[in-house]
Design a protein around this ligand. Structure first.
Ligand code: MG
Length: 336
């Protein structure tokens, strides 16, 4: 892992350190998406959200410059989009509809205000495309030596039971909605081709790489998880579900362990590059189990089945060890 480089490729004149916080916020607020479930939105000491279900789903995810993203590779729009998408995917994986985001940013003093505006546009566009009606209902802005963005997301179960990791039963069908391994392919490309000769992330090489490999690099920098499919899976009777953040092998094992079952994956159903699909995370596809014979919601495809026992097998062969993405260790499941 290389040293984080906090410099911004698009450094402009106004920075977080040179402009008053209120002035920064007045530029960001108009860009943020509104939440239809907010009865009191941003501007007061706290927001008020409608929760007609009587319960709400809540999750949080933090992105730290260095281990989680690099400004040499990600634009502000990418960062806002990805932070929103990964949180929305966690809400969707419970079978809930995302309703609101709270966004906390600790920016370095040299952060251009235009970069914060780009982050706000990324949040707005991700909500509009992936979870219409979900919006930013509040947040906080501070300064730090390391740029950090933390999002807390809320969701509405709309009267349904939450879909847990523990509900898979022997005989269930295992199905996936979304990509597997595409984001990891993009990350491998960035680590191999978008760095300087001494291993630092390189902005110009990353831009060129993205033009040459738009799908893989785009999936890594701004993933498009199938958020609405979470509710669809719940309505179709999904017995267990999660979003694949650490690779199919590791995340299938999480369902197997929580449910006390074994999961058998079919290698032929894992696409052109099954090893990367098994080990590569961050696509935030939805992995779910359904009762036998149940019609699957649109977008889900069968990739395996649930059986008695424990652990994960691929074509009958056990998957050993921890194979996936660990932000503290870097890529530990790949070949390079
Ligand atoms: Mg998750």
């Amino acid at each position: 892992m290389t040293q984080p480089d906090n410099s911004h490729p698009d450094a402009g004149s106004d920075t977080v350190g040179s402009v008053h916080e209120l002035a920064v916020l007045s530029r960001i607020f108009p860009l943020l998406p509104a939440a239809t479930a907010a009865t009191v939105g941003p501007g007061d000491d706290a927001a008020v959200m409608a929760a007609p279900d009587g319960r709400f789903v809540v999750t949080t995810d933090m992105m730290v410059h260095g281990p989680d993203f690099r400004f040499a590779w990600s634009t502000g729009h990418d960062l806002g989009w990805k932070a929103a998408a990964s949180n929305l995917a966690d809400v969707a994986a419970m079978g809930a509809r995302p309703t609101g985001l709270v966004v906390a940013i600790a920016a370095t003093r040299d952060t251009p205000v235009t970069l914060l505006e780009d982050i706000a546009r990324g949040l707005r566009d991700a909500c509009a495309e992936l979870a219409p009606g979900c919006g930013v209902v509040g947040g906080d802005l501070s300064v730090s030596d390391t740029f950090t963005l933390a999002i807390t997301a809320f969701g509405d179960l709309e009267g349904r039971a939450p879909v847990l990791r523990s509900g898979a039963r022997p005989g269930d069908t295992l199905a996936l909605c979304g990509d597997a391994g595409v984001s990891a392919t993009g990350l491998k490309l960035l680590f191999s081709d978008a760095v300087t000769h001494d291993g630092r992330p390189d902005h110009v090489r990353a831009q060129r790489l993205r033009q040459d490999h738009p799908r893989a690099v785009g999936a890594q920098l701004a993933p498009r998880p199938p958020i609405a499919s979470g509710v669809a899976a719940a309505l179709a009777g999904a017995t267990a579900m999660l979003d694949v953040s650490d690779g199919l092998a590791l995340d299938a094992r999480r369902i197997a362990s929580a449910s006390g079952v074994a999961i058998a994956l079919n290698r032929a159903s894992l696409g052109d590059d099954p090893d990367t699909a098994l080990r590569g995370g961050e696509d935030h596809a939805l992995l779910a189990t359904f009762p036998p014979g149940r019609a699957l919601p649109e977008g889900f495809r069968v990739i395996g089945s649930v059986t008695d026992g424990d652990g994960v097998t691929v074509d009958g062969e056990p998957v050993a060890g921890v194979l996936g993405w660990d932000p503290y260790e870097g890529w530990n499941g790949g070949t390079g």
